[in-house]
Design a protein around this ligand. Structure first.
Ligand code: GN1
Ligand code: MG
Length: 353
């Protein structure tokens, strides 16, 4: 079905009387397709965010819906914002039809940053992500669905790279020889976070799992985070994954796919602001072991994300959305450059890396 017709049909199925008036593409997510839709509800103008869920990544929306229901419940009145999700006439949060699996949310006004500007914003993003997961992690423990098993299991990400390598084209293999050698040099260290988690050395909690800078919205006036976005990967894990992703995306001012690596430079002030903001949002809940793993988690998640980009490059760019050739290879290179620099911030002999 054509996009406009599909969106119109989805909006018309919402509980309430919505009629679509205009639509456009929104955001830079690598997975779902997101739209901004202007609609009229009983004469009132509304701006909606409509998402077509990537069915290859999320073939079953039931665990997503179950977790989303918990998030709505747990964050109510907690001062941790998530966008309101509209229900369909069926009472469900998702709708599946011939054109896809769909979800509709309110449009929260605010700034979504691709690149960090100030340490204050870095601190605030980290504080918000921590406040969000620690609010979900309270007692009683909720029965979260494991939406994507092993999502941040670095060793299995490495195994997938090995598979991709064995079936890749000679041309692509040749283009990333240095990156493959980099992975070999890091292979043993890459699995340490997964190993310490497996052995119970870090508390099992809930994590967002995709805590990149552009997954929060900042209020334009106050500079506070208004909402945490992209909630599909919220599931059991360690919040260190999230701090790791924040370090990956907000401890420097380079773009994720920056080709000029001299622009990818860790800024110690940003790094410090992220760690302080995360501690603040966790309100004293981080254990000593978690504290010790903060920077090593940044290295691990950045390395792992580089490995995922490299895997997708070798696989012919099938997972992450790309807008130009070699974009996944460029993304991988920026991640590995960050790993090199971040590693220098970790005290020698630290058990993590
Ligand atoms: C994807 O959807 P988006 O762009 O927020 C990916 C993350 C990666 C990220 C890299 C479900 O996130 O895991 O870290 O791209 N999400 C999924 O930018 O795979
Ligand atoms: Mg996103």
């Amino acid at each position: 079905m054509e996009e406009a017709a599909a969106l119109k049909a989805v909006v018309a199925e919402l509980s309430g009387r919505f009629e679509m008036e205009a639509w456009s593409r929104l955001g830079r997510g690598h997975i779902h397709r997101t739209y901004e839709v202007r609609a009229r509800e009983e004469g009132v103008e509304r701006t909606l965010v409509v998402q077509r869920i990537n069915r290859t990544v999320f073939p079953d929306c039931r665990p997503l819906a179950a977790n989303l229901e918990w998030m709505i419940e747990r964050t109510r009145g907690m001062g941790v914002g998530i966008p309101a999700v509209f229900r369909f006439r069926t009472g469900q949060l998702f709708r599946e039809d011939a054109s896809g699996t769909w979800r509709v949310m309110e449009r929260v006004e605010g700034d979504c940053l691709e690149v960090i500007d100030t340490p204050e914003r870095a601190r605030e993003a980290a504080r918000a992500f921590a406040a969000f997961v620690f609010c979900l992690d309270g007692e009683p423990r909720l029965p979260w669905a494991v939406v994507l098993p092993g999502f941040h299991d670095t060793p299995s990400r490495l195994a997938r790279l090995d598979e991709a390598r064995s079936r890749a084209s000679v041309e692509r293999l040749g283009a990333c020889r240095e990156e493959l050698a980099f992975v070999e040099a890091w292979r043993d260290r890459a699995g340490r976070l997964a190993a310490v988690l497996d052995s119970g050395g870090l508390p099992a909690r809930v994590a967002h799992h995709d805590a990149k800078l552009n997954n929060v919205l900042f209020d334009r006036e106050s500079g506070r985070v208004r909402a945490v976005l992209d909630l599909d990967t919220v599931m059991p894990g360690t919040p260190l994954y999230d701090l790791g992703d924040l370090i990956r995306t907000a401890s420097h001012r380079g773009a994720e796919d920056e080709r000029d690596l001299s622009k990818v430079r860790i800024d110690p002030e940003l790094l410090q602001a992220l760690c302080e903001g995360y501690r603040e949002g966790a309100e004293g809940a981080l254990t000593g072991a978690e504290e010790a793993w903060m920077l090593p988690a940044g290295v691990t998640i950045t390395l792992e994300t580089g490995v995922r980009f490299l895997t997708d490059y070798l696989d012919g760019d099938r997972y992450f959305a790309t807008s130009r050739p070699d974009q996944n290879l460029d993304r991988c290179r920026t991640q590995f450059e960050l790993v090199r620099q971040l590693a220098a911030w970790i005290p020698k002999g630290c058990h993590g890396i």
